[in-house]
Design a protein around this ligand. Structure first.
Ligand code: FAD
Ligand code: NAG
Ligand code: NAG
Ligand code: NAG
Ligand code: NAG
Ligand code: NAG
Ligand code: NAG
Ligand code: NAG
Ligand code: NAG
Ligand code: NAG
Ligand code: NAG
Ligand code: NAG
Ligand code: NAG
Length: 608
């Protein structure tokens, strides 16, 4: 194994010269390996992913602060699958992808699903689809009404601070690329733009006109807090170099020469070690992180100030549980002593279900790739039935809340859960609120309309199920646990098939090639027929926007971290990654998370 090492101890500086290159394949011999053992840093960040590297970068701006990042994967900056900006991300399903497997989805056709998540310095930003879309303003303002400090204004300011948007060139504006100046930041480290690989404008015009016929207006920018409409999405791409922009490229490699910032790759964080004494406030005090090297050896790295968990929504709660923070029932099954009783750890897991309705075209269509995107509201999808759907769903909320609370180990009681669901439902009922995202992709003779309802009401979990601290936890999204999720999926599927069969798009679509076709799912199919197709035939997938497992909420509402990202009951352990997001939002998760991580960095180091 090799590490990029830099630290305040003079003895390490010699090592630094040898190991500074991230492309280095030199291996540390055992003697060097033991040198990381029992060393001290001010902050240790567990997981060098999307959020972890923002925090590492911002904290290490102060040369007096030492920061170590522990990353299970490798450096991937020279991996063409990671850098190539063509396509949607070529590193998915390669060694850069954890490819976690879920438990059978008993409400959703009973199949196990593969959850992609990035493994390597940069995390999921190494393998993702590059889409950069912020959530909607009112969804972020909902957080404030739940007792959080973060609202749209604070998030938007922090998010723009991280962004460096490059406006589209004139050859892109002629094919429909547009933007609103005020929706973007221009001085941050993260390069965003409109994908320079957009080709062809004809199909865009056809999509544009067809969506307009179905009531979806054009939209010139999706990053300013309003999303309903059809347009071209932004991406995390370095427009000038034509290279994918990931968290390491934005927040680490430009700063890797900092002597106070150390990244250890090929190293898996296994647990937090605690001081025997609690803090004067009675909170548990973390003293060190225990890490496992590829050869199975264990090192201890001391945190003089704090430990920050950034291992993503699947692994951060697992590290907490292995450290004795969580639901006593779950910990005792693995013979783990309870350090902090916190049953909300690992609960509240939420992801979206990606469903595809497709068709072939009569002739090769004008290319429409990378995908355009439409956001449809509940009114767009349910039309004149919207009010009765709302009323019926409202009446069912007590039942939904009971079902969720019955399975969440006491993380939140039914009345709290009902309050959270009602907040979600009321927002959805707002006529401008996006309820589903639809991405029509035209390639060759195929048009695939990929879509997902944005805000699931079902609540799953991730929990450890082994004493092996490097093993993946059991993942259960409980997809389609709540029938409203199925109803919204069906309404969107109907809408999307209607899109494919509405002029002018229908003029180019081969009607007998629709999937699902009218023989399988008739024109007047019931919800049950559609839902059966979705669950058993459509091969729906997760959206890999999994979140919520260390929710930022008041503890009484099922929170794991407070407004300062601090884990309840601990003095110096924080979580900064997508697990803190309490409820699904519209947009795509990196645009949300880079802003949240910028905000968190200021909480930890106010000068940031
Ligand atoms: C295939 C795919 C496509 C996506 N498409 C998009 C998109 O187009 N647009 C968008 O905005 N979002 C997209 N997302 C989602 C988005 O990329 C993620 O939500 C986001 O990057 C998550 O960031 P994070 O910091 O929470 O976790 P991650 O970025 O996943 O970081 C976690 C890091 O911790 C490391 N780690 C885990 N366990 C340990 C351990 N025990 N010890 C040490 N290190 C550990 C991991 O290797 C990883 O590097 C996509 C995700 C995937 C997987
Ligand atoms: C990390 O491990 C992989 C696989 O064992 C190895 O190829 C790579 O060189 C290691 N990375 C470093 C920086 O040593
Ligand atoms: C780290 O040191 C401890 C003793 O403090 C020892 O048990 C352990 O094996 C060492 N780990 C490595 C990787 O050398
Ligand atoms: C770092 O610490 C030194 C000595 O304590 C101090 O003089 C200096 O101002 C500090 N620098 C920063 C950036 O805080
Ligand atoms: C890149 O992806 C291809 C195909 O998905 C795979 O075969 C190859 O091994 C990957 N390369 C690296 C460096 O991971
Ligand atoms: C990127 O990938 C595409 C599609 O796989 C390929 O055609 C292209 O040559 C690659 N570009 C580079 C710079 O490797
Ligand atoms: C779901 O799958 C599991 C394992 O694959 C199986 O044991 C169980 O019986 C199945 N349940 C249903 C309802 O089909
Ligand atoms: C648009 O212009 C840029 C810069 O000149 C160029 O790199 C890119 O290939 C052009 N794109 C198209 C679609 O012509
Ligand atoms: C969609 O059509 C509208 C006119 O109705 C136009 O203003 C808009 O620019 C079109 N969208 C794009 C991105 O071409
Ligand atoms: C775009 O916005 C930035 C910052 O908000 C501002 O400084 C700049 O003048 C604006 N540019 C234009 C062309 O409006
Ligand atoms: C929904 O409920 C409200 C309040 O009870 C009622 O006024 C309204 O008529 C109902 N609408 C429908 C369509 O059921
Ligand atoms: C948990 O572990 C037990 C024992 O190894 C195994 O039987 C069970 O299937 C696992 N459950 C999950 C959800 O992975
Ligand atoms: C239309 O699709 C059907 C079913 O896939 C296929 O049999 C037929 O040849 C297609 N027609 C044309 C004109 O492509």
């Amino acid at each position: 194994m090799a590490y990029t090492l830099a630290c305040r101890w003079i003895v390490w500086f010699a090592l630094l010269v040898v190991l500074i290159s991230p492309a280095s394949t030199e291996l540390l011999d055992d003697e060097q390996l033991t040198q990381v053992n029992n060393t001290h840093f001010d902050y240790i960040i567990l997981g060098g992913g999307t959020a972890g590297l923002v925090v590492a970068s911002r904290l290490s701006e102060d040369p007096n602060i030492t920061v170590a990042v522990i990353e299970a994967g490798n450096f991937e900056n020279n991996n063409p699958n990671v850098t190539n900006a063509t396509g949607l991300g070529l590193a998915k399903n390669t060694r850069v992808d954890w490819q976690y497997e879920s438990v059978p989805q008993v409400f959703g056709g009973n199949q196990s699903l593969i959850w992609s998540a990035g493994k390597g310095l940069g995390g999921s930003s190494l393998i993702n689809g590059m889409t950069y879309i912020r959530p909607s303003k009112s969804q972020m303002d909902l957080w404030a009404s739940l007792g959080l400090e973060l609202d749209w204004n604070r998030y938007f300011t922090a998010s723009k601070k991280g962004e460096h948007f490059r406006p589209p060139t004139s050859n892109l504006t002629v094919v429909g690329a547009a933007y609103q100046n005020s929706s973007h930041g221009y001085a941050g480290p993260l390069d965003t733009c409109i994908n320079p690989h957009i080709i062809g404008g004809d199909i865009h015009d056809i999509f544009n006109s067809t969506f307009k016929k179905l009531g979806i207006p054009p939209r010139s920018d999706f990053c300013g807090g309003e999303l309903r409409g059809f347009g071209i999405q932004d991406v995390t791409v370095d427009q000038l170099a034509d290279v994918r922009e990931d968290a390491a490229r934005a927040y680490y490699y430009p700063f890797m020469n900092r002597k106070n910032l150390v990244v250890m790759v090929n190293t898996t964080a296994t647990r937090i070690r605690w001081s025997p004494q609690d803090s004067p406030n009675g909170n548990a005090m973390a003293s060190a992180a225990e890490v496992s090297h590829q050869n199975g050896q264990i090192s201890t790295i001391y945190a003089d100030r704090e430990i920050i968990l950034s291992a993503g929504a699947i692994r951060s709660p697992a590290i907490l549980e292995h450290s004795g923070v969580g639901n006593p029932g779950i910990l005792s099954r693995q013979s783990i002593d309870v350090r902090v009783r916190l049953p909300s750890v690992g609960e509240n897991f939420q992801d979206q279900t990606v469903i595809t309705v497709l068709a072939s075209t009569v002739q090769e269509s004008p290319p429409g790739f990378p995908p355009f995107v439409a956001h449809a509201s509940l009114q767009d999808l349910f039309g004149t039935n919207t009010a009765s759907v709302y009323n019926a769903t409202l009446a069912k909320l007590p039942e939904y809340a009971e079902a969720i609370s019955a399975h969440n180990g006491g993380a939140s009681n039914p009345s709290v859960q009902q309050h959270l669901l009602k907040s979600q439902l009321d927002l959805l009922f707002d006529s401008k609120m996006p309820a589903s995202e639809i991405a029509p992709i035209a390639l060759g003779k195929a048009i695939g309309c990929v879509f997902w309802p944005l805000q699931p009401f079902s609540r799953g979990s991730v929990h450890i199920n082994s004493t092996d601290r490097t093993a993946q936890p059991a993942i259960d999204a409980k997809f389609f646990q709540v029938d409203f999720d199925g109803q919204l999926s069906v309404a969107t599927a109907r809408f999307v098939r209607k899109f494919l069969t509405t002029a002018p798009l229908s003029d180019m679509v081969n009607a007998s090639s629709l999937v699902p076709g009218f023989a399988l799912v008739p024109e007047d199919a019931t919800d049950a027929q559609w839902l059966d197709w979705i669950k058993t035939t459509s091969q729906y997938q997760p959206n890999y926007h999994h979140l919520g497992t260390c929710a930022m909420l008041p503890q009484s509402m099922g929170g794991v971290v407070d407004n300062d990202f601090r884990v309840y009951g601990t003095e110096n352990v924080r979580v900064v990654d997508l697990s803190v997001v309490p409820l699904q939002v519209a947009g795509h998760s990196t645009a949300l998370l880079y802003g949240i991580a910028e905000w968190a960095s200021r909480k930890i180091r106010p000068q940031t």
